[in-house]
Design a protein around this ligand. Structure first.
Ligand code: PLP
Length: 359
């Protein structure tokens, strides 16, 4: 039976990227040995590192004064690397969910944190608006897509202080005006590869302004200065996840880049939200204007609440994987990242319609 993968991350990857990863495990770059067995100091690997950084720059139109770093430790490591490198006395955060809260917790190790607004009063079902970013903050941190709650900041906002964005779950889903950001970071395991590597896009001039001594690995300069020669290879890089990232970015480019991805993502999300709004059984959980085009969260309408597990079972029988909502929202979540084909969304919609008919 055809399976449709709606997992929230790790999640569906482009098929060609998976196929070349399988081949690379057998034989990388015609070396006669697999990618899991090569030295990261071989020319073949250095080429992959360079090409991967170049694909990032090309796809997101990253200006020359930014560096692209590919590091271990996931987005969660960036929760403390960002304040360690940027915070002198105070930082401002927008609290739009659990991931933002975790970032705030880590920032508090380094100084004062001003939470400019929070949507926890309504279980993070909307993006707060009308807040003021303090001009004396060393940076302002946002989470552009809230994976668990299905809310998203759709625009590149203006900030009087360096803007730092966790884009773990919407990077490469739309064009971004990089010049509005000081740092963009995230874990790869949604739109840009498998788990095991994090990306950091950093504007160089915002660094070097703090007095605190930093551990070598925590200091962005370590990875930047090394990237002159070796590109994020101060220590052994996560070779295999970076290879799959390379193949995933190549695929994004072949699809027509981030603008084409954005068009398709809006179309897929539009179809699914239309069905949620039309179908009497379901109701969306996020405020309409803040609905994510990556994670579509919905629950059973109050009068059909008892049918939740029946729908999950029904959907499973139709090949739907990973549509159970996160425990803090309940109901259902369909993650429809770049590599999720439109056919998967259409199959889910048919499934919702068929269930409605028999309900
Ligand atoms: N930030 C967001 C928005 C996420 O969705 C996640 C994971 O799902 C994280 C951070 C944590 O990422 P990692 O597991 O790479 O540390």
């Amino acid at each position: 039976m055809q399976k449709y993968n709606f997992n929230a991350g790790p999640c569906v990857l482009p098929r060609p990227a998976v196929e070349s990863a399988i081949e690379a495990i057998r034989d990388f770059d015609n070396t006669g040995i697999g990618i899991l067995e090569i030295s990261h100091r071989t020319p073949g690997w250095e080429r992959i590192m360079k090409e991967t950084a170049d694909l990032w720059k090309e796809l997101l139109d990253i200006p020359d004064n930014y560096r692209v770093l590919l590091l271990g430790g996931g987005a969660s490591t960036q929760f403390f690397m960002v304040p360690a490198n940027l915070m002198k006395t105070k930082a401002a955060y927008l609290q739009t969910g659990v991931w933002a809260k975790k970032a705030i917790k880590e920032a508090k190790f380094y100084g004062e944190v001003e939470v400019v607004a929070s949507s926890d009063d309504k279980n993070y079902s909307y993006i707060p608006k009308g807040y003021t970013i303090p001009a004396d903050a060393d940076y302002f941190h946002i989470t552009t897509n809230n994976t668990i709650y299905g809310t998203e900041i759709h625009e590149d906002i203006d900030s009087p202080v360096p803007l730092v964005a966790d884009m773990s779950s919407d990077i490469m889903s739309r064009p971004v005006d990089i010049s509005k950001y000081g740092i963009i970071y995230g874990g790869a395991q949604k739109n840009v590869g498998p788990a095991g590597v994090a990306f950091v896009i950093v504007r160089e001039d915002i660094l070097g302004k703090i007095d605190r001594p930093l551990q070598t690995m925590v200091d962005y300069h370590t990875h930047i200065s090394d990237s002159e020669k070796n590109r994020s290879m101060f220590n052994t890089p996560p070779v295999f996840p970076i290879f799959v990232m390379h193949e995933t970015l190549k695929w994004v480019k072949e699809q027509g880049g981030v603008e084409a991805m954005h068009r398709l993502n809006k179309e897929k999300a539009g179809l699914l939200y239309d069905e949620i709004d039309r179908n009497k059984l379901f109701v969306g959980t996020a405020a309409k204007e803040d609905r994510s085009i990556m994670n579509v969260c919905f629950v059973m309408n109050e009068e059909y609440k008892d049918k939740e597990s029946a729908f999950l079972e029904f959907a499973k029988e139709r090949g739907m994987i990973g549509i159970k909502g996160h425990r803090s929202v309940g109901g259902f979540r369909a993650s429809i990242y770049n590599a999720c084909p439109k056919e998967a969304v259409e199959a889910l919609i048919r499934c919702m319609q068929d269930f409605e008919e028999q309900a």
